[in-house]
Design a protein around this ligand. Structure first.
Ligand SMILES: Cc1cc2nc3c(=O)[nH]c(=O)nc-3n(C[C@H](O)[C@H](O)[C@H](O)COP(=O)(O)OP(=O)(O)OC[C@H]3O[C@@H](n4cnc5c(N)ncnc54)[C@H](O)[C@@H]3O)c2cc1C
Length: 450
C-alpha cells in the first residue's frame, strides 16, 4: 500500500528545506526526500579550532521580504547576522593593489579604477539610446552604456563574485534582470535609479536593506534549524536512488533503501539540472536536454585561517578583474564581516579559484591550490613572503553556479512544457528564478503558497 502525502519535495538544499518547512507550517502533509545522508546541499559549514569556514555560500543578501519572514518564523533558534557596517567596502585589484569600489559621486570622480574618458562619458548615460537585443550580454550592455573601464573594473569582477561567470556570455535579461529592467523600463540606468528611489526607500522601511547576511554559527545552523522544524517524520535523508513514476492523478515515489512507497498529487523537484535524468528516466533524453545542458561554473573555495589577522582590511572582500590575469577570482574577509568566524585577533578568509575563467583549475592538485593562496597572502594581503596558511580547507565544486546564458529562454520553455505534460510536477531549484540565497528563499515561498 502506498502512503498518501499532499506534496513530495525532492532535494534538501535551501530551496527544498524552506519549501518543506513553509508547507508544513501551513499544515500541509509534506515529505522531503534527499539522496545524501546530509541536508543542506551547497550549504555546509566547517568548524576548525575556533575558525569557521563555509564550503558553499558565505553570505546572502537581504534582497526581499521572504528572507526576513523566514528568519522571523524561525525565531531565536537561528539568528540572522548582518555584516558590520565598516565591512561594506568592496575592494578591486588593479595594477598590484586593492582599491575601494566607489560608493558615492566624490569617490567615483577620484577613483583610479575608471578612465577619465568613461567618467566623463557617464554624464551622458541618460541620453544614450536604449538597446533592442533581448539576448544582449552583460558585457555588451555595460560597454555600450558605461564604457570599457566600468566593464573591466566594476562589472566583470562583480559578475565573477556572484556567478564565477563570464559577462561576455551571461545574458543580462536572465542573469541580471534588475539591470536589464532599468534600461528597458526607464531607458537609462541613472534615470531608472532615480525613478526607483522612492520604491527602494519604501523597501528599506520594510527592512529590505540589501545588506549581506549570514547566520550566527554559520549556515549549518540554518540547515539544522530547518531540519528540526521539519522533523524526522517529514524528512528522509540518505534515500539514495529514488524511483519516480507518473500514475493516475499523481506520482508514485519509492525509496528502495527502506522499501517505503508513496503516492502524491504534487511532486516538486529542487535538484540541479544535471540531476534530473536520474530522477525522471521516463522522460526522453532529448526532451530534457534544453534543461540538462545548463552550464555550471566550476569553483574551488579555499577557506584559510590566519592567527595574525591584523593585516586584513576592514572590508567585505577583494575582487580580481579578469584583465588583471591573476590566479584567484577574489577573496572574502569573513572575519571582518562577522565576529564568530575566527578567534580574537585572527582572520578567516575565503579564496575563490577557477570559475568560467579557468574551469580546468577545479582539478588542480592540492599543493598548487596552497601555492596560489600562499602567493596571494603575500602579494595581495601583505603577509611576509612564504607565510603559509595556519588553517586551510579546500572545497572543490565541479558544478557550482548555474550560468544563465542565451539558452535560458529555451530551458524555461521546456520546464513549462514538461510541467504541462506531467500534471502535478514542478521543476524548481536554481535552474530557474535566480542563483542567490534570497532568490532560493523567494522561490521556496512561492512554491509553498501555490
Ligand atoms: C562555492 C559557492 C559559493 C556560493 N556563494 C554564494 C553567495 O555568496 N551568496 C549566495 O546567495 N549564493 C551563493 N551560492 C549559491 C547558493 O549556494 C545556491 O544557489 C543554493 O545553495 C542552491 O540551493 P538549492 O537548494 O537550490 O540547490 P542545492 O543546494 O544544490 O540542493 C539540491 C539538493 O538536491 C539533492 N539531490 C540531487 N539529486 C537528487 C536526487 N536524485 N534525489 C534526491 N535528492 C537529490 C542534492 O544532494 C542537494 O542536497 C554559492 C554556491 C557555491 C557552490
Amino acid at each position: 500500500m502506498d502512503t498518501n502525502v499532499d506534496v513530495i519535495v525532492i532535494g534538501a538544499g535551501i530551496t527544498g528545506l524552506v519549501t518543506t518547512f513553509l508547507l508544513k507550517e501551513k499544515g500541509v502533509n509534506v515529505l522531503l526526500i534527499e539522496k545524501n545522508t546530509r541536508a543542506g546541499g551547497q550549504l555546509c559549514t566547517v568548524n576548525d579550532d575556533g575558525f569557521l569556514f563555509e564550503s558553499g555560500p558565505n553570505t546572502g543578501v537581504v534582497a526581499n521580504k521572504d528572507v526576513l519572514d523566514l528568519f522571523n518564523q524561525l525565531g531565536d533558534e537561528c539568528t540572522l547576522q548582518t555584516a558590520r557596517k565598516e565591512s561594506k567596502v568592496r575592494l578591486i585589484w588593479k595594477n598590484g593593489r586593492f582599491c575601494p569600489l566607489p560608493s558615492g559621486l566624490a569617490d567615483a570622480v577620484t577613483t583610479p579604477l575608471f578612465s577619465w574618458h568613461d567618467k566623463i562619458r557617464i554624464l551622458f548615460e541618460p541620453f544614450r539610446p536604449k538597446g533592442n537585443d533581448p539576448f544582449e550580454s552583460i558585457a555588451s550592455l555595460t560597454r555600450r552604456r558605461l564604457g570599457k573601464s566600468f566593464l573591466n573594473y566594476a562589472v566583470d569582477p562583480f559578475i565573477s563574485g556572484i556567478y564565477a561567470g563570464d559577462p561576455e556570455i551571461l545574458v543580462t535579461r536572465f542573469a541580471m534582470p534588475k539591470l536589464y529592467n532599468l534600461e528597458h523600463h526607464y531607458g537609462s540606468f541613472i534615470r531608472g535609479a532615480i525613478k526607483r528611489h522612492p520604491v527602494l526607500a519604501e523597501e528599506r522601511k520594510q527592512g529590505i536593506s540589501k545588506e549581506i547576511f549570514s547566520v550566527k554559527g554559520g549556515f549549518k545552523n540554518l540547515v539544522s534549524t530547518l531540519e528540526n522544524r521539519i522533523t524526522p517524520t517529514h524528512l528522509r535523508l540518505g534515500a539514495g536512488k529514488i524511483q519516480i513514476e507518473p500514475v493516475e492523478n499523481g506520482w508514485k515515489v519509492v525509496l528502495p533503501a527502506t522499501g517505503e512507497s508513496y503516492f502524491t498529487p504534487r511532486l516538486i523537484s529542487t535538484v540541479p539540472a544535471y540531476a534530473l535524468p536520474e530522477l525522471f528516466p521516463f522522460i526522453e533524453e532529448n526532451k530534457l536536454h534544453p534543461i540538462t545542458s545548463l552550464v555550471y561554473a566550476p569553483v574551488v573555495q579555499v577557506g584559510v585561517g590566519m592567527y595574525n589577522g591584523s593585516l586584513i582590511p576592514q572590508a567585505f572582500g577583494g575582487l580580481v578583474p579578469s584583465c588583471e590575469h591573476e590566479k584567484i577570482l577574489g577573496v572574502l574577509f569573513n572575519s571582518s564581516c562577522y565576529d564568530d568566524r575566527a578567534p580574537l585577533g585572527a582572520a578567516s578568509l575565503s579564496f575563490f579559484i577557477g570559475g568560467m575563467r579557468h574551469p580546468e583549475w577545479v582539478n588542480l592538485p592540492e599543493e598548487e591550490m596552497v601555492a596560489i593562496v600562499t602567493d596571494a597572502l603575500h602579494r595581495m594581503l601583505g603577509y611576509p613572503l612564504g607565510t603559509a596558511p595556519d588553517k586551510i580547507h579546500i572545497f572543490p565544486h565541479p558544478r557550482a553556479i548555474p550560468q544563465y546564458q542565451a539558452d535560458t529562454e529555451q530551458r524555461l520553455n521546456t520546464v513549462c512544457q514538461l510541467e504541462k505534460k506531467y500534471a502535478g510536477l514542478v521543476l524548481a531549484g536554481s535552474l530557474r528564478d535566480g542563483i542567490g540565497l534570497a532568490d532560493r528563499i523567494k522561490q521556496a515561498t512561492q512554491l509553498a503558497s501555490l
